[in-house]
Design a protein around this ligand. Structure first.
Ligand SMILES: [Zn+2]
Length: 506
């Protein structure tokens, strides 16, 4: 392990010593800038261009470095251990926006040039692990390991890669650091890891460096179901780019699908003891939730994905139980078979809703459905997601610049009636064997509240969001992140998605 020496690079500690007040500040971007400015005499050389970004060709070649690691811990502890480093195909991301300025995600990856300590790449992201930490299993004291991956442009010289996590004040603290030498043939795996891919080009709008590149994969499709996969990939891609703001910005995306067959059809349903051998290992019942679909087969997923350049992954599930999932900068999952033809729209809802999580870093705005989480948003902590808020300061709402002028904060919205209907219709549903009609009637009655013309399309602070009925607020009466319907994203969610598009398409 001569060139892969793990060591601690103690920027956070020094930061505390020299600038104790900055740690209580709330502005991520200025904190990053201040770090650079203040430490320049001590650590940093000037690497920024006039736009505050990094000169790509000075530090990188146009290939991708994939770093797999294991993320292990308990409810309130975590450690990282390096697994393997890969050299993959062309770098799919921006050559200009290398430093992440969006302030999204629970974790933050930083890559430094090892000899000069210049920050040359960063990216916010979320993990399956941080969600698992809020589950019943974690509360019992179980210790768990999950494989994860970070990717960045392939460096020319040794780099120091660090991972930081937010504290409850939303400040990042470094919790892992490793030095990687890109020129060490023993440590960098250059073998082709994908498996004879069949690539389907769904949207080609040009230079991968200047587009957000979406990769659609399938799980649980057998060799005989290749045509269904093609149809599904086309269908869901059309659904995405019929939805605002993706519709208006479709020229900023490339979309490819990679076909890889499954031995068995469908995916795992552990609650009914159904287990399927599939290439990506997707499963229902994640964290005990019947409808939550994730995979922990990260290495298999990344190997299959490496066939094409990608920034974002959408996994289509060849199964007929309602479900899906989406994690910021990780992937989405969506079920593709709806047995009730009158409810085929629900698959379309899931595909775009989950992409709101994975692409825009958006939170769930709903609060009346059960989840597998415990205190996902701890009391007294302002979430980092752009579309929900604790509203600690009603005179300065998180989305202040998008507020409808003169709207009441918080915004009254007939919540009491909405909640009592939810409770009554839920009880009714439980008593009957066929829930379909009852779900529809619940939606009909409640949507009359959500279509109140006096509030429709307005931006305020509506109580009830982020799995919490009280003390958490969402921007609008309704949104794709709130109800199970084909309603549009609210103005705040649209704005967050557009910021991400702007970051990738430049
Ligand atoms: Zn929204």
């Amino acid at each position: 392990m001569k060139f892969l020496v793990e060591k601690y690079f103690s920027i956070p500690i020094l930061f505390t010593i020299f600038f104790p007040n900055e740690r209580r500040g709330n502005d991520f971007t200025s904190k990053e800038v201040n770090m650079k400015r203040c430490f320049l005499p001590f650590f940093f050389i000037v690497v920024s261009t006039a736009t505050g970004q990094v000169d790509f060709n000075r530090y990188f070649i146009d290939r991708t470095m994939r770093v797999d690691y294991f993320h292990t811990g308990t409810k309130d502890s975590e450690v990282f251990a390096l697994d393997r480093v890969y050299k993959e195909g062309p770098w799919p991301g921006s050559l200009v926006n290398l430093i992440d300025t969006l302030n999204l995600g629970e974790y933050f990856l930083r890559v430094y040039d090892a000899s000069t300590h210049a920050l040359i790449y960063s990216r916010g992201y979320c993990t399956v692990f941080n969600e698992w930490q809020t589950t019943d299993e974690a509360l019992k004291g179980i210790r768990k390991t999950i494989s994860e991956t970070v990717r960045f442009p392939f460096p020319k010289r040794p780099v120091q890669m660090t991972i930081s996590r937010r504290d409850k004040f939303s400040h990042f603290h470094e919790i892992y650091s490793v030095v990687i030498d890109p020129n060490d043939p023993v440590q960098i795996c250059t073998e082709i890891r994908h498996k004879s891919p069949d690539i389907i080009n769904l949207m080609d709008n040009g230079d991968i460096h200047r587009k957000a590149d979406i990769l659609i994969l399938g799980d649980g499709y057998t060799a005989g179901e290749i045509e269904k996969f093609r149809r599904d990939a086309e269908h869901f891609n059309n659904v995405m780019f019929s939805t605002s703001p993706f519709r208006e910005r479709r020229k900023d995306f490339n979309v490819r699908a990679v076909w890889y067959p499954s031995i068995e059809s469908g995916i795992d349903r552990p609650d009914v003891n159904v287990w399927k051998n599939t290439p990506i290992g997707c499963s229902y019942n994640t964290f005990g939730s019947e409808r939550y679909v994730l995979t922990e087969a990260n290495q298999a997923l990344r190997d299959i994905a490496s066939a094409v350049p990608y920034d974002f992954i959408c996994i289509l599930i060849n199964d007929d139980r309602y479900g899906g999932g989406g994690i910021y900068h990780l992937y989405t999952t969506t079920y593709t078979i709806e047995k009730n033809p009158n409810q085929a729209w629900r698959r379309d809802y899931v595909y775009v809703h989950e992409f709101g999580h994975a692409f825009g870093g958006l939170a769930d705005e709903y609060y009346s459905s059960s989840t597998g989480y415990n205190e996902f948003y701890p009391e007294g902590v302002e979430p980092w997601e752009p579309n929900i808020t604790r509203l600690f300061d009603p005179t300065h709402v998180k989305w202040q610049n998008l507020l409808t002028p003169a709207i009441d904060i918080p915004t009254p919205w007939n919540k009491e009636n909405y909640d009592s209907l939810t409770a009554r219709l839920s009880r009714f549903r439980v008593k009957t064997s066929t829930g379909t009609v009852n779900i529809d009637s619940m939606r009909t009655v409640q949507q009359s509240i959500l279509r109140n013309p006096a509030l429709l399309g307005k931006v305020g602070a509506f109580e009830g969001a982020g799995y919490l009925s009280n003390g958490m607020y969402r921007p609008s009466l309704d949104c794709r992140m709130f109800t199970l319907s084909l309603t549009d994203f609210c103005a705040v969610c649209r704005s967050a998605i557009e910021r991400q598009i702007d970051f990738y398409a430049n």
